[in-house]
Design a protein around this ligand. Structure first.
Ligand code: IMP
Ligand code: MG
Length: 177
């Protein structure tokens, strides 16, 4: 692979501030109640780890593993379920936790699947919203940061399984969008 230029787009302190804000919003909205976070692996693993600590009401967590990208940066539109929920979500306040919403195919697929299990409420929290790229009609209820286009890595996000470990979020210059 050719060398890619990577510039910091969101430094770690900016990310931390947005995650804290989201935690506060969720704590206020569900005050006196309990939430169940459903984190979408792998990309959201760092985000959800920080988010659950920023939420000040009781929070449970479960994970699903979905894959929409074979490799590279282009969505295939085909969503593969590689790991299902382990806990029942019936009558629970479920919040789907995503790293990034791009075309929206992944989220729409998961949202409709979870809705069939009759949660008490079902909302979506994403760290990053690539709104300009949306192809289906789905909106996140809690959004950390909004960006137009470009491919980003770090803080859990990968490019072909690389860079998930970077503490800041970088944009890859020259990556095919
Ligand atoms: P969607 O189904 O097109 O919305 O794709 C969402 C998924 O694609 C995300 O959960 C990420 O795993 C991945 N993805 C989309 N854009 C990026 C990006 O800029 N960097 C890393 N992964 C991305
Ligand atoms: Mg993801």
């Amino acid at each position: 692979m050719t060398a890619q230029r990577m510039d910091v787009l969101y430094p770690r302190d900016r990310i931390a501030a947005e995650v804290d804000r989201l935690g506060q919003e969720i704590s206020t909205d569900y005050a006196g109640d309990e939430v169940m976070l459903v984190a979408v692996l792998k990309g959201s693993f760092l985000f959800v780890a920080d988010l659950i600590r920023a939420i000040e009401i009781p929070a449970k967590i479960d994970f699903v593993r979905l894959a929409s990208y074979g490799s590279g940066t282009q969505t295939s539109g085909i969503i593969e379920f590689r790991k299902d929920l382990e806990m029942p979500i019936r009558d629970r306040n479920v919040i789907i936790v995503e790293d990034i919403v791009d075309s929206g195919f992944t989220l729409e697929c998961l949202y409709n699947k979870l809705l069939l299990q009759n949660p008490k409420s079902l909302k979506i929290c994403t760290l990053i919203d690539k709104r300009a790229r949306r192809e289906v009609d789905i909106e996140a209820d809690y959004v950390g940061l909004t960006m137009d286009d470009g491919f980003i890595v770090g803080y859990g996000l990968d490019y072909d399984e690389r860079y998930r470990d970077l503490p800041d979020i970088h944009v890859i210059e020259g990556a095919p969008a």
